[in-house]
Every structure is written in structure tokens, then in C-alpha cells.
Design a binder for this molecule. Structure first.
Ligand SMILES: [Zn+2]
Length: 315
């Protein structure tokens, strides 16, 4: 059932980063003399989402170091990434469990064991040290890139300062467990620490890697870590104005038989409240209000997973 998109991105060889420069494998930190924020750029939370790895590899090869503050590059779930196989490109999302559902203190402090938890526990202090975190992801369908800002206004404000991607999504995350972008101080309105998750496009399209690279540069410039980014090289400034979607609810799969009414790709606007968009074990899933936007419909329709998020354009 090879219904996935063509693979336009070559998975970069990350061997040169294996030792890192901080004692943590696949983590590189560079410090400026001038004070400034600690920015952490994170790639490969999901092993099959290549755009972040390409972007960080490009920045590292471009010798990007901060003019102010500290800049850390993280290749996150390298175990999963290593198993990437272009013939089976969805298989390498994770080894044991979704690494972006383990980011709460109880889980990290707990006794449960998995490849992903082991790595998360090693990386925890890296993320704890971040003032600004950019977590680079990609999607099953990627017509329009999204920036997931969580529920905190500081993240929306940072997304606007970066200026891309064009759609900012305010959402609560997943029933299956907290994301890194919602971990600890990042989700605390009283803390200045700010995180964004960017869905740069479809997993294997070249455009996603270009957007990931541009977003890294724009973030670094926006927070003063670097001076002007190399605009010409990455087509910066060519993106449409941003819009905000407020997600009101996530539809979580509750049965072993969840089916969408039609194969949605995301950002469809369903005009009438009460329109059936899916069946979950025979139960109709309907839109709760007029002009309901479908955000990131999933093909992973297992019980407990997020099938789709529902929201509306607010700005
Ligand atoms: Zn992801």
C-alpha cells in the first residue's frame, strides 16, 4: 500500500554529530561572548520527519554560531531516524513509543522504560536550559505548513515575530501525553521560556526542508541570536500573512474502527455545524459549529490517538 508521497529529501548522514560537543550525543552547543537567549533547535523528535535534520545539518555546515547568547542543536530521536528506510518511510517515526507524548515530570521521573524515554531523560537538561525552543516536525499531508503555538500567548507572539509559516494553531495537544512544546515552563504563562512546534510540510518534500531552514534562520534573527539571515539563499520574506486557528477540541479515537467520511488533508473548512466528518466505532463524529476547520487529520487511527483537531479562524 504505497500511497505515500515521493521522497524528495535525502536523509543526511549525521555520523559527524554523534559525539556532540557537550557530552551528550548528537547535541552541539555554541556560546557567544555577548549576552542573549539560549535558543535550542530540535530536529527528529519523530525519526521519519527529515526536514529538521536537513535544516540543522545545513546550519551546522554553514557554521552558524550565535552573535549573542547560546545556540544548541539537537538531533533528538536518532535511534528511530537510523532505521529510516525510503521503501517503508512511515515505519521510523519511533522505536518503542511516540517521543512527543512523554514530556511531563511524572513520566520523565518515573520508572517506565523505552528507547524514547531513555533519550528524553538524557535530553531533559538540554531542554530545561532553553529560553526559546523550536521543535521541527513535518506532516503526513503537507499542503500548508503550520506553527503549533500551544495555549500560551507568548508562543503566538513569537510565531508572529518569526513571520512564517502562515498558519498559527493554538491548541492543547494530545490526550495520549504532553508534547515537548508543552513541557514545564514552556506552557507556563508566567515564565518567559517559549516553545514552538513547526509542521514544515509533508514529511518527504524538499519544500519542507527549505521551510525548516528558513524558519530556523528567521527565529534566530527574530530573537537577536544572529544578525540578518541570508535572505537570498532561503527565499525569506516571500510568505503570505499569518492567520490564527483556535483549536477547540481534539477528536481522540475511542474504538478500533475509526473512519473519516472522506480522505481529508487538513485545513478544510466545513461550513455547517453537525456535518458528519467520521465514524468512530459506528458513532457519528460531527462538526460542533459552523465554519469548523479540520487541523491535521491523521492516518494513525489507533485507539487513544488524535484523529483530527477542530478549530476556527480567529485572526
Ligand atoms: Zn512530528
Amino acid at each position: 500500500m504505497a500511497e505515500w508521497m515521493p521522497i524528495e529529501i535525502e536523509a543526511p548522514d549525521l555520523g559527524r554529530y554523534a559525539a556532540g560537543n557537550t557530552g551528550v550525543p548528537y547535541v552541539m552547543t555554541f556560546r557567544a561572548h555577548a549576552p542573549g537567549p539560549h535558543v535550542v533547535l530540535n530536529a527528529l523528535m519523530h525519526g521519519n520527519e527529515l526536514c529538521g535534520a536537513v535544516a540543522l545539518d545545513r546550519l551546522l555546515r554553514d557554521n552558524v554560531v550565535p552573535a549573542r547568547g547560546t545556540l544548541t542543536f539537537v538531533f533528538c530521536n536518532v535511534e528511530a531516524y537510523r532505521s529510516f528506510d525510503p521503501a517503508e518511510p512511515n515505519a521510523s517515526r519511533y522505536v518503542d513509543e511516540d517521543m512527543n507524548r512523554v514530556w511531563d515530570r511524572a513520566t520523565l521521573d518515573g520508572k517506565r522504560h523505552s528507547i524514547e524515554l531513555m533519550r528524553a531523560r538524557v535530553l531533559r537538561s538540554v531542554f530545561d536550559a532553553a529560553d526559546i525552543l523550536l521543535d521541527l516536525h513535518s506532516m503526513q499531508f503537507g499542503d500548508t505548513p503550520l506553527i503549533l503555538a500551544g495555549m500560551v500567548e507568548k508562543s503566538v507572539a513569537l510565531a508572529r515575530r518569526i513571520g512564517t509559516p502562515e498558519v498559527i494553531v493554538r491548541d492543547r495537544g494530545h490526550a495520549a501525553g504532553p508534547r515537548l512544546r508543552d513541557y514545564g515552563a514552556f506552557a507556563d504563562p508566567a515564565s518567559p521560556k517559549t516553545a514552538l512546534l513547526v509542521e514544515c510540510g509533508q514529511h518527504w518534500e524538499k519544500r519542507a526542508a527549505d521551510l525548516a531552514t528558513a524558519t530556523c534562520y528567521r527565529l534566530l534573527a527574530a530573537c537577536g541570536a544572529i544578525d540578518l539571515p541570508p535572505a537570498a539563499a532561503y527565499g525569506l520574506g516571500q510568505y503570505p500573512p499569518q492567520r490564527v486557528i483556535d483549536v477547540t477540541e481534539a477528536v481522540t479515537v475511542t474504538s478500533d474502527d475509526f473512519r473519516f467520511a472522506v480522505p481529508y488533508r487538513g485545513l478544510e473548512v466545513i461550513s455547517k455545524a453537525g456535518t458528519e466528518i467520521a465514524r468512530d466505532g459506528g458513532r457519528a463524529v460531527v462538526t460542533p459549529y459552523d465554519d469548523c476547520v479540520l487541523v491535521m487529520p491523521s492516518m494513525r487511527l489507533a485507539r487513544g490517538q488524535t484523529a483530527v483537531r477542530l478549530g476556527r479562524y480567529t485572526g
